[in-house]
Design a protein around this ligand. Sequence first.
Ligand SMILES: [Zn+2]
Length: 95
Amino acid sequence: MPIYEYYCPACGEIFSYFWRSIRAAEVHDPPPCPACQHPQCQRILSQVAVLDGLGGLTPSEQRQKRAREARLASITPREQIERLRSGRKNQGGAA
Ligand SMILES: [Zn+2]
């Protein structure tokens, strides 16, 4: 049974998920975040153990580093969110 790891962009949770087969993991949507139920978690690739050659980080340290970077990259400024929200609202009404 393959174990895939996922990262939740909403809350930063990293969790493992057991699939019945590799094919199941490929064709199904990612599982929801166990912490906040966010439906669009990202699969973390290449969980091959690499102990040396990457600054001496263990796989879990590398994972945390990647998660931190992904979280920083996914932060959307509040202004931008507000703009998107109001834009969507305006589209629904008459001009
Ligand atoms: Zn989450």
